[in-house]
Design a protein around this ligand. Sequence first.
Ligand code: SAH
Length: 245
Amino acid sequence: MGKVYLTGAGPGDIELLTVKALRVVQEADVIIYDRLANPDILKEAKDGCEFVYVGKEDSQHTLPQEEINEVIYQNALKYDNVVRLKGGDPFVFGRGGEEGIYLYERNIKFEFIPGITSAIAVPEYAGIPVTHRGITVSFRVVTGHESKNKEHSQITWENFKSDDTIIFLMGLHRLKHISKKLMDIGKSKDYPVAVISRGTTKDEQTVIGTLENIWEKAKDLPTPALIIVGKVVNLREQLNWFQKE
Ligand code: SAH
């Protein structure tokens, strides 16, 4: 019986892979990977390593989570070193916990390898710090994709009244709704928002706007994309570095 490494692949730029993740990828007998994990990472695997794609679109999962769990488990019965490679960090809307519990219940050994999450790194490449002294004392990372079978919103919008930075993952298709909700709780229509698409990669695009106009400006950007709302967005004017290179 093998061991499963539930591994964060980082946000896109292959150099943001951790040294530990690189080591387990190089030692893997099988790599089970997502759409969001940079496929160039697979080139680091040894000869004969097997690759299993269980890609996920933002909201439609190619394989239901239950099946992904089973694929990981079956591979752990077959191989010594199983790497489950996931975009960003396994615990930030990555369902890493669910996969770990599934393995725990079946007596399979596992390890988590944290990854650099897109929630922080993607704004960072766009020159937007998630916290900044004198501007914001905290940041929140929120899912923009709420479960469709819930009648009521799971998000407590009233929580967002302060000037905390808010980062929405999986929210591009809900951008209009999100902006409206934030204006409904009293944020000004001029409040700064950025949408960053394919962050940390050569295809990165960043669009800056306000709660009132961001939807119109950013709605056609390609995914994956995240939304960052807060006064820190204004710092991009001075801190943008990646797209200047
Ligand atoms: N575990 C991942 C997040 C999974 S949810 C992490 O820690 O990064 C998937 C969402 O992450 C996408 O819908 C998008 O909002 C965001 N995302 C991931 N990679 C991104 C990238 N390179 N650029 C912009 N957003 C990204």
